[in-house]
Design a protein around this ligand. Structure first.
Ligand code: F6R
Length: 607
């Protein structure tokens, strides 16, 4: 995952940047670079591979200058070469970038038509040219950066320096985290507080949509509307822990808010944004002819599998069975020869999932696993791995691993559909573009945190909660209920909305909130009818839907949570965010041990 560093002070910047980049190595990277201002000019050193190579380049050709930016690049758009390494620069601007610029193709076309000459195939370079474009139009650096930011779509973090501006470093955050460090006659910018720890423990975190002007005197923060805003300075304690909580109270909150970034990183492995194609690992079987798919996992990971069942059936018209590992392993399931078995696990160590994997292997299935921990037992025992790049998940309740599992599975389902001819090849670019929009929409959903927080205060007071959904929102209802019960200890159940009248409706009264997940899609009306059945019995409904869905649902709904309007393909991923936030805030309100709830373990290595 890319890492960003910026330095502005009285000492040579390059060695400080290098030191900070070393602390971002844990995120994973395949090239690195530094840019400083030398006598007003932008100068750069970049290198393929590990920081050692950049260090050598800096030893043989040192960079002077007391202001600079640095980057560790984890290749997404374009190969991990020196040419594609950051910082990207024009004569007037150098930038470092983490994330995805979704509209880079349009911007690039426009800027090229205006005379810009691009050196790389990266999405990031467009930022340097766009800021330059505004400088050329006569805007001052701060205004040029602000104008460029308004045109960028996607989820990202940025660091920017300017030719002849020895006292200005700009940072910006939309989706990907960014921290500002306060030193003595020096200021810093970093992807996390850990990168800045050798220089300072006084840190402010940019909030979603913020951009910041950093000078040697301090930092001026702006929100997305360019208003000046205050961001508190926090004293961090990051010297010992490699992974810290950032400006969050719990790891779970940090992990929820990391989702735009880590979903982007996971997607980067499975789609090529430049030519808008999928890039899936090679399988030892042909997806075009595979007779059957078995998906096996536990808990939250099994709900990711259940969402994937809807995708595989819809996109690839293939029969799929989803099973809970602890049941499957002893069931002596009959498996068709030559089938594909998909195992989903954050830890890669879940004992039941591993046992089920071995059963499938012994019964002639090809084993594909979706794991977060690359060196895990499940990963080692598989024929093919699709890693999620969620980073370490510390909170016991799985959040970011779940949504990363979902994007990997969505890519696989689409790839299977393309292989089988059930998706027209002409649709591939549109589907890839839709997947690439996920981080942005997740960030948009996260921006509604304070509303969900307020509602969670009410949920925290009740004893029971029901969650309802249809189609691929049914597994999200199950996941919402699991999240709530495991961290807040409130009893919660998830049901398929249509199943309500076959029993669970007996539970409905004015004391049981019913959370209905129903963005507008082909099944919306049906779910809303089930919702009306709840309201008719005095039930208190919380509706999670898009603007249109909320408006159409009328005013008898007790509370509403608005989701952005998104393509149905990614709607279940976006819908996972409000149920995570609701559970988190309800648990905090109840004062439970959110990161380590009672009786639970992060990695379940026993049956
Ligand atoms: C719930 C949760 C668990 C895990 C399950 C599987 O929030 O975290 O239900 O999803 O124990 O764990 P992994 O994915 O490590 O196999």
């Amino acid at each position: 995952m890319c890492g960003i560093v910026g330095v502005i002070g009285g000492k040579p910047a390059a060695p400080i940047i290098l030191e900070a980049l070393k602390r971002l190595e844990y995120r994973g990277y395949d090239s690195a670079g530094v840019a400083t201002l030398s006598h007003g000019d932008i100068v750069r050193r970049r290198a393929e591979g590990k920081l050692f190579n950049l260090e050598k380049a800096l030893d043989s050709h040192p960079l002077d200058g007391t202001i600079g930016i640095g980057h560790t690049r984890w290749a997404t758009h374009g190969a991990p070469t020196e040419r594609n390494a950051h910082p990207h620069a024009t004569e007037r601007v150098a930038i470092v970038h983490n994330g995805i610029i979704e509209n880079f193709r349009d911007l690039r076309e426009r800027l090229t038509a205006g005379g810009a000459v691009f050196q790389t195939e990266t999405d990031s370079e467009v930022v340097a040219h766009l800021v330059t474009h505004y400088l050329d139009k006569g805007l001052a650096p701060r205004q040029a950066a602000a104008a460029a930011l308004k045109e960028l779509e996607g989820a990202f973090a940025l660091g920017i320096i300017f030719k002849d501006e020895d006292d200005l470093l700009i940072g910006a955050r939309r989706g990907s985290p960014l921290a500002v460090g306060y030193g003595v006659h020096a200021m810093y910018l970093g992807s996390d507080a850990f990168a800045l720890a050798p220089m300072t423990n006084r840190v402010s975190f940019l909030e979603e949509g913020d951009w910041v002007e950093i000078t040697r005197e301090g930092a001026v923060f702006h929100n997305a509307d360019d208003d000046i805003v205050e961001r508190p300075i926090r004293i961090t304690d990051v010297s010992t822990a490699l992974v810290d909580k950032g400006n969050h109270r719990h790891f779970m909150a940090k992990e929820i808010f990391e989702q735009p970034e880590v979903i982007g990183h996971t997607l980067a492995n499975y789609v090529n944004p430049v030519d808008e194609t999928l890039r899936l690992p090679k399988l030892p079987i042909d997806l075009a002819t595979v007779p059957h798919i078995t998906i096996i996992a536990c808990g939250t990971a099994s709900y990711a599998g259940l969402v994937a069942k809807y995708w595989f059936e819809r996109f690839a018209r293939i029969s799929v069975e989803v099973d809970i590992a602890s049941e499957f392993r002893y069931r002596e399931a009959a498996l068709p020869a030559g089938g594909l078995a998909i195992f989903i696990s954050q830890s890669g160590e879940t004992a039941d999932t591993l046992a089920a994997l071995r059963y499938c292997k012994a019964h002639g299935q090809t084993i594909l696993s979706i794991v977060n921990v690359a060196e895990s037992s499940i990963a080692r025992d598989s024929d093919v791995i699709m890693r999620t790049h969620a980073g370490p998940e510390i909170g016991v309740a799985s959040t970011k691993a779940f949504t990363c599992q979902l994007v990997a599975l969505a890519a696989l389902a689409i790839g299977t559909g393309l292989a089988r001819g059930t998706i027209d090849a002409a649709d591939e670019p549109r589907l890839v573009r839709t997947l690439l929009e996920t981080p942005r929409h997740v960030a948009e959903m996260l921006s509604r945190d304070s509303e969900i927080h307020a509602l969670a205060g009410e949920i925290a007071k009740v004893r029971d909660v029901l969650y309802l959904g249809r189609g691929h929102f049914f597994p999200i209802a199950l996941e919402g209920a699991l999240k709530l019960k495991e961290i807040s200890y409130i009893h919660a159940e998830g049901y398929a909305a249509g199943e309500l009248k076959h029993g669970p409706i007996a539970l409905v009264d004015e004391n049981v909130p019913v959370i209905v997940i129903a963005p507008v899609d082909a099944l919306y009306e049906k779910t809303i009818s089930n919702m009306q059945e709840v309201i008719a019995r005095g039930g208190k409904v919380v509706l999670i839907s898009d603007r249109e869905g909320l408006d159409r649902a009328g005013d008898q709904v007790w509370a509403k949570i608005e989701m952005p309007k998104v393509d149905p393909l990614i709607a279940p991923i976006i819908a996972a965010i409000p149920v995570q936030l609701l559970a988190y805030h309800a648990a905090v309100a109840k004062g439970t041990d959110v990161d380590q709830p009672r009786n639970l373990a992060k990695s379940v290595t026993v049956e």
